[in-house]
Design a protein around this ligand. Structure first.
Ligand code: AMP
Length: 114
């Protein structure tokens, strides 16, 4: 999609620190990391947010979590633990309107979820 930051990153038009890619997702380091490991896992298909993960598109969620497991392994946080979250809409503080999942780890994360 034109004018979408993450579509441009996936297309290689904007540089990113790639961590992982497969047929379904592209993953790269967050530019403003909130933890020693902070990777964004982005479905290649442009979907606005988590609400779009329904019907046949729900498969994408499974592919994201499959990738998350591999990335956690690769980043050395599989055993210590990690968090995968997606922000949705205004109150969820979603700032990029292309569905993405944050994988955070490498330190003890806060129990607080907000
Ligand atoms: P969210 O606030 O959940 O929509 O997350 C968007 C994330 O994208 C934020 O954590 C930003 O730091 C990150 N971000 C924005 N622009 C870039 C970029 N060019 N490369 C890597 N991460 C980015």
């Amino acid at each position: 999609m034109e004018d979408c930051l993450f579509c441009s990153i996936i297309a290689g038009k904007i540089p990113s620190a790639k961590v992982y890619e497969d047929e379904y997702v592209y993953a790269f380091r967050d530019i403003n990391p909130q933890a020693p490991v902070h990777v964004l896992i982005v479905p290649r298909e442009h979907l606005q947010d988590a609400k779009a993960l329904k019907g046949e598109k729900a498969l994408i969620a499974a592919k994201v979590f499959e990738a998350a497991g591999r990335i956690a392994e690769q980043e050395g946080v599989s055993e210590t633990g990690f968090r995968v979250i997606t922000n949705c809409g205004h109150d969820g503080c979603q700032s990029v309107q292309h569905l993405h999942f944050h994988l955070l780890g490498g330190k003890q994360l806060s129990e607080k979820m907000d």
